[in-house]
Design a protein around this ligand. Structure first.
Ligand code: SAM
Length: 316
């Protein structure tokens, strides 16, 4: 495993099962693509081959560092090309040949608040549930000496996060044009971040000791509301901060309206702000609702979500 590709730092006891499930998904996807020749398949085959070429041959081989994390079937839902392409399309529209972005209100406002609050030297940044990691893409411009750690339980999302953040140039993703069978190719501008580590990790297993150092900035954008116990995990994130460190939690609460209430601790804007503000040892620096986060249903119709975010600072 070279440094440029995803360095596998993950799972120990569940690694075999995770790899087996991932390989089985990749084999099915490859089979589908081989039997359905179109713009989606052509590109996806290339990425599957690249992933397979970099997966350990035998489990446990070529693993840079062992990392312990749990694995459940839910994890694999996110190991999916369609989902990863969707996230890349929306998060990186601004940095693509589309020049058409409907989510800047979300990402730009989060970055702006971090920049306003964190003017001192930043050494370590953690993005939790990073997906293709638009936040690290942006923050790495301002904190050039910092080391970025990315956590996600989706190998495929981390693969693309690494493509975007570790390979200067550009790459393509397929996107279906609505109302036709045509597949459009979207070109994404990439960059090269010096210090970047990616970990296949289940955030439900996050603990204060997951890393043996603390962070100046931790971000969790649109991910904590997907966890088994979001508030517990946010409490742990707070403890992973250096004194004076900043934690940003952003979420689209409308996404998961039909999930069990037991998992919906942040069921609306008030609950989100109230429960996070009540965490001890932090000062609330900023709260904001708006965004919006907007996805196209078709050229005439859009789905709109409100983005809520809160910025906390660990007390000095
Ligand atoms: C909706 S995406 C958000 C991605 C990105 N942070 C953003 O702002 O757009 C949610 C991400 O959280 C990850 N995720 C969900 N549950 C997770 C868990 N339990 N552990 C680690 N990652 C998780 C998914 O794999 C996915 O990449």
């Amino acid at each position: 495993m070279t440094n440029n590709v995803l360095s596998l730092k993950y799972i120990s006891e569940y690694k075999d099962e995770y790899l087996r499930e991932l390989k089985s998904y990749l084999a099915k996807e490859l089979d589908y693509c081989n039997h359905n020749s179109n713009g989606y398949s052509k590109l996806t085959i290339e990425y599957i081959k690249e992933i397979l070429a970099n997966l350990p041959e035998k489990n446990g081989e070529d693993v840079d560092n062992d990392y312990v994390c749990g694995y459940t079937k839910r994890d694999l839902k996110y190991n999916n090309f369609i989902e990863a392409y969707r996230l890349i399309k929306y998060q990186y529209s601004k940095y693509s040949n589309r020049y058409f972005s409907l989510v800047e209100g979300v990402y730009a406002s989060i970055i702006l608040e971090i920049l306003k609050q964190k003017k001192t030297k930043v050494r370590n940044v953690l993005d939790c549930g990073c997906g293709p990691s638009r936040l690290a893409y942006e923050l790495s411009i301002f904190y050039q000496d910092a080391c970025f750690d990315l956590l996600d339980f989706s190998y495929i999302n981390l693969f693309f996060a690494n493509k975007i953040l570790k390979q200067e140039g550009c790459f393509l993703i397929p996107s279906k044009s609505f109302g036709s069978d045509d597949i459009e190719h979207i070109e994404i501008a990439t960059k090269s971040v010096d210090k970047l580590n990616s970990y296949i990790f289940n955030l439900d297993d996050l603990s204060v000791d997951t890393f043996d150092y603390k962070f100046d900035i931790i971000t969790a954008s649109h991910s904590v509301n997907l966890l088994s116990d979001p508030l517990k995990t946010v409490n742990i994130m707070v403890k992973m901060l250096n004194k004076g460190g900043i934690l940003v939690i952003a979420d689209l609460l409308g996404w998961k309206e039909n999930r069990d209430m037991s998992r919906r601790v942040f069921y609306n804007r008030e609950a989100f702000f109230e429960k996070i503000s009540a965490i001890s040892g932090v000062t609330v620096l900023h709260k904001e609702s708006g965004g919006p986060y907007c996805e196209e249903v078709n050229a005439e119709r859009y789905d709109l979500y409100t983005n809520h975010f809160i910025v906390l600072q660990r007390e000095v």
